[in-house]
Design a protein around this ligand. Structure first.
Ligand code: HEC
Ligand code: HEC
Ligand code: HEC
Ligand code: HEC
Ligand code: HEC
Length: 302
């Protein structure tokens, strides 16, 4: 636990005097920088170094960048390219990007339309440095998305983080308490963003991730027993869940190793020729293929 004492000392020297930490219950963010500051998790690194390093190389740390930096939302910002695209980036609103529902949920709860307009312009400019500031940070997962049944449990509180247990004194300048989240260890928690099927609530429905649907409708009824957390965050290392949450599609080598383990291909082939009377019929080949996957859902998704 020495590392967090060091972290606390570092915080007192750096973070506290500058008071640069933006409150979650303050006014909504008007710029990308304001939104990034509100959910900024860099100060968590001092005390949660291992988790931070794992998270920082995960897809959750780059949800707007696309695989290999392909800036996946670009067509939405280009006039005429999609039904959502505005005439000019300055006319973009939060509705221009239905993708925010899962790729950047904090924009819908904590940002003004001006953030969407700035984002659209950044896409047109292919400004990767700016777009990279938009992340699914620790605070998005441990505050904003940590309560689902809000009629029962209430809204997430601005000075509380939610985790696996109650910790009344949490030594962070903003999030001074940790409460046990009722859902963070449940598949439903991941299901908030990992999709059940087509998103019909939009004026133009979109479909992207559907893994939670596949998990619920195929894996569980087929006798599956494991949770998303068990396959993607455990075994815990030094008592801490693995926040890399693999796979990582940018790491092609690791990806093919993992897929070789989790997806098996069994192929049998038999060739034969027609006997007498076959005339000019060509030779035949019968191929029987069986593809089996050990994942708790369809692979690939989307
Ligand atoms: C000054 C050090 C310090 C800072 C800064 C800090 N934490 Fe912590 N955090 C701790 C300590 C200590 C614990 C309790 C760990 C223990 O008892 O094993 C803890 C516990 C937690 C837990 C609960 C873990 C569980 O068991 O469920 C979460 C979640 C958490 N921190 C997230 C964060 C996030 C996110 C940030 C940044 C916004 C942050 N912390 C900043 C020191 C810190
Ligand atoms: C229901 C939630 C949800 C919505 C809505 C959504 N996505 Fe996704 N998207 C995800 C998740 C989760 C992943 C990663 C996991 C997966 O692919 O199964 C993903 C992966 C992707 C990927 C592949 C990975 C990458 O970064 O290149 C692309 C491209 C993508 N989304 C584009 C979009 C676009 C564009 C929109 C809006 C038009 C959108 N998504 C809307 C949840 C969503
Ligand atoms: C706030 C929404 C959100 C939550 C909550 C969330 N994810 Fe994700 N997750 C995403 C998005 C968006 C991506 C894709 C980012 C990108 O485009 O690269 C992603 C990517 C991933 C990936 C990388 C593979 C891929 O195809 O991108 C894995 C694995 C993953 N998530 C597992 C989980 C698990 C397990 C949980 C629950 C413990 C979880 N996620 C919770 C939104 C979320
Ligand atoms: C995609 C969502 C997501 C993100 C992003 C995320 N966490 Fe977590 N975190 C979880 C989940 C889910 C668990 C609970 C795992 C379990 O079931 O034990 C967890 C557990 C923890 C724990 C408790 C220790 C443990 O593993 O049981 C700590 C501490 C923690 N997270 C800190 C952080 C910090 C710090 C960051 C940012 C660097 C972060 N988390 C980012 C989802 C997330
Ligand atoms: C029985 C274990 C198991 C369970 C349960 C499971 N997964 Fe997976 N998941 C895998 C395997 C295996 C892969 C294939 C890639 C790999 O090996 O990393 C995978 C791949 C993924 C991917 C990448 C798929 C793609 O095409 O981009 C995402 C995202 C993901 N899982 C999220 C989840 C979520 C969310 C849940 C819970 C609703 C879940 N997984 C439940 C084992 C599991």
């Amino acid at each position: 636990m020495k590392h967090w004492i060091l972290g606390l000392a570092a915080l007192m020297m750096i973070a506290l005097p500058s008071q640069a930490v933006a409150a979650l219950d303050g006014p909504k963010a008007k710029t990308i920088d304001e939104l990034a500051a509100m959910f900024d998790a860099s100060r968590c690194k001092g005390c949660h170094g291992e988790v931070y390093d794992q998270w920082s190389i995960s897809h959750h740390a780059r949800p707007q960048m696309g695989v290999h930096g392909g800036l996946k939302d670009t067509p939405l910002a280009r006039a005429g390219a999609t039904p959502w695209s505005p005439e000019h980036p300055s006319q973009a609103t939060l509705d221009t990007f239905p993708c925010f529902k899962c790729h950047l949920p904090q924009a819908l709860t904590h940002a003004e339309d001006s953030v969407a307009a700035e984002y659209a312009q950044a896409l047109v400019d292919q400004d990767r440095a700016k777009i990279g500031k938009l992340q699914i940070t620790c605070i998005v997962c441990h505050n904003n998305k940590a309560i689902i049944h809000r009629l029962q449990e209430g809204e997430p509180e601005p000075n509380v983080l939610y985790g696996t247990r109650n910790i009344p004194n949490h030594p962070d300048p903003v999030f001074t308490e940790i409460r046990q989240s009722p859902v963070m260890s449940e598949p439903l928690y991941c299901g908030q963003c990992h999709g059940v099927g087509v998103n019909l609530e939009f004026k133009n429905p979109v479909q992207c991730a559907t893994i939670y649907g596949s998990y619920q409708h195929a894996y569980i009824p087929g006798g599956g027993t494991q949770s998303c957390q068990e396959c993607h965050l455990y075994p815990k290392h030094n008592g801490v869940a693995d926040h890399r949450m693999l796979p990582d599609w940018n790491d092609t080598e690791l990806m093919s190793q993992r897929l070789a383990q989790s997806i098996s291909l069994n192929m049998q082939a038999m060739g034969y020729e027609w006997l007498r009377g076959g005339g000019d019929r060509p030779s035949r080949l019968v191929v029987e293929t069986k593809i089996d996957s050990s994942a708790g859902h369809r692979v690939p998704d989307g």
